[in-house]
Design a protein around this ligand. Structure first.
Ligand SMILES: Cc1cc2nc3c(=O)[nH]c(=O)nc-3n(C[C@H](O)[C@H](O)[C@H](O)COP(=O)(O)O)c2cc1C
Length: 169
């Protein structure tokens, strides 16, 4: 898929076909995520690949808005590493860039994915930190669920001229 077409046609997918993702998919997605820009000299993120059905089933109890209409075969917890970041704020921005790359790579591979918020909700952050025994210097940023789409939401056009300011507000 042409890169611009990937960007313009990506939509959040919350309903997955009962079809496993091929071996190596997580690595492809994470390679794309790690190509994202970051501030400073170290990549301030870690990723937890979740394909254990028991762990996947436990996620909606921690993050109700991460519940898919049909369960995903794969999820990735994007985590920020404060030891590798110049600041918390910069780690959040880097994690956001990595998360978007992951979504775009999933779409380019014919998969569907959705970004579900973890940071800055304290309950969800604590829930995932406990579930995966995260170190104190690492915090969960977002959970991305991934699978083949059961239904593909249609792209929509969002360009708004009234949101564009040229050389002044
Ligand atoms: C920071 C952030 C948090 C989000 N959290 C959730 C969430 O918790 N659950 C969910 O179903 N979608 C979540 N989304 C996805 C948005 O609902 C979705 O991207 C938005 O409605 C635009 O639709 P689209 O992704 O299909 O273009 C989140 C997106 C972002 C950027």
């Amino acid at each position: 898929m042409d890169p611009l077409e990937t960007i313009m046609t990506r939509r959040s997918v919350r309903e997955y076909a009962r079809r496993p993702v091929p071996a190596g998919t997580a690595e492809q997605l994470l390679a794309a995520a790690m190509q994202a820009p970051f501030a400073g000299s170290e990549m301030p993120w870690h990723f937890i690949v979740i394909d254990d059905p028991h762990i996947l089933e436990s996620i909606p109890a921690i993050s109700p808005y991460a519940e898919a209409r049909t369960p995903p075969p794969l999820a990735v917890l994007v985590c920020a590493d404060l030891d590798a970041a110049e600041s918390r704020d910069l780690s959040v921005q880097a994690c956001a860039a990595a998360t978007e790359n992951l979504l775009l790579a999933a779409h380019a591979l014919g998969l569907g994915a959705v970004w579900t918020a973890v940071y800055p909700d304290p309950d969800r952050m604590l829930g995932f930190a406990n579930l995966f025994s995260l170190p104190d210097t690492v915090f969960p940023f977002a959970l991305v669920t991934v699978g083949y789409p059961a239904a593909q939401p249609l792209p929509d056009s969002r360009y708004r001229e009234d949101r564009v300011h040229r050389n002044a507000w």
